[in-house]
Design a protein around this ligand. Structure first.
Ligand code: GLY
Length: 345
């Protein structure tokens, strides 16, 4: 497992660089992190190449990888170079993928700048890009050489981004820590203790990933809310006016999938109501219409956890507990989405 340091970059990254001898360094940033975060990083680095790409999920495809590989090649990078991915999930997943495949793999470290990336994407070594409108369809598992989480970057985030990342914090509590769920669910977004929650989420995720790094089994519990959440996110990907951030879509998925767990007697009414009330209070209602539901369901057929055309879901089976590989039907998922959208009540 990679080392995850939660500390100012001036301490953690500087110590790492002093202990290694890289032949060259590249920083991959998008136009936001190049403006708001790179100025803090630049003075800590020796001579390096800045690879700047446009921000946004729509950049997470093979053509952007070609630009990145081209920058490595033109800078003369050999196998002893280091890539620093400065950004959110898109930069971490895609920059890591480019590093893991360049000359069959060079060193890379994640420097996550969003809450979402700090509590989820940067930890665990899932790397990849979108393909033909499908999220993270092409990719590899490769652990980063290190993850450097600088809490000060959260100060650069718009509130909507913070709220999106919070969905993965909520997920970690629901699947693994009922006491932490009871702590967060009585607080608004602006009352949360972010440094403690980042450390908590990283610890939960590392514990799971250490037991199952390539998602053969247990790691699938980290996908609670993601079968329907990913489908909702993908469905809205090409609709600029209705587009949801990752965590906003996962919040939809968690409510719908909690209802499915309730229908299967895996959780009680009290927990379902807690989840429904809290998630609607934080995220509002994404307002799925009846016409949205069938195309969203169709997208679940592409879920990476499926086997033999059977959708296999990770469902909570109590507060702070989750199980995986639960076969579910289209009718059950439809009822979950109808419950979310209020169409069945
Ligand atoms: N985001 C879930 C995982 O990394 O496995």
């Amino acid at each position: 497992m990679s080392t995850v340091a939660i500390a100012p970059l001036a301490e953690s990254l500087s110590a790492f660089l002093n202990n290694h001898d890289f032949s060259a360094i590249a920083v991959i940033a998008d136009n936001h992190t190049a403006k708001f975060c790179y100025p803090d990083l630049k003075p800590l680095l020796p001579k390096h190449t800045l690879v700047r790409i446009k921000a946004g999920e729509e950049q997470k495809h093979i053509a952007t990888c070609e630009l990145i590989w081209d920058a490595f090649t033109r800078s003369g990078f050999d196998r002893y170079a280091l890539v620093l991915n400065l950004g959110g999930g898109v930069i971490g997943d895609m920059g890591g993928f480019c590093a893991a495949t360049y000359k069959r793999g060079i060193a890379f470290a994640q420097l996550p700048t969003t809450l979402l990336a700090q509590v989820d994407a940067s930890v665990g070594g899932k790397l990849g890009i979108d393909f033909n409108g499908l999220k993270n369809h092409i990719g590899v598992f490769q652990q980063p050489n290190a993850v450097f989480i600088d809490p000060s970057f959260l100060g650069t985030l718009p509130e909507r981004e913070l709220r999106s990342g919070f969905a993965e914090v909520i997920k970690h509590c629901l699947i693994a820590d009922t006491a932490m769920w009871d702590t967060i669910r009585v607080r608004d977004l602006d009352e949360q203790d972010w440094p403690a929650l980042v450390a908590h989420s990283v610890a939960v995720k590392q514990r799971v990933v250490a037991q199952d790094p390539t998602e053969k089994g247990l790691r699938k519990i980290l996908n609670f809310g993601h079968t329907l959440g990913h489908a909702v996110e993908t469905y809205y990907l090409n609709m600029p006016r209705k587009r949801l951030l990752h965590g906003e879509a996962i919040a939809v998925g968690m409510v719908a999938e909690a209802f499915m767990a309730f229908q299967k007697d895996m959780i009680d009414q009290t927990l379902l109501t807690q989840i429904e009330d809290y998630l609607f209070s934080v995220y509002g209602n994404a307002r799925l219409s009846e016409a949205d539901i069938e195309p969203i369901l169709k997208l679940t057929k592409q879920d990476k956890k499926n086997r033999d055309n059977q959708v296999l879901m990770s469902l909570i089976d109590g507060s702070g507990s989750c199980t995986f590989d639960v076969p579910v039907t289209m009718a059950e998922m439809r009822r979950g989405l109808l419950f979310y959208s209020g169409l069945s009540r």
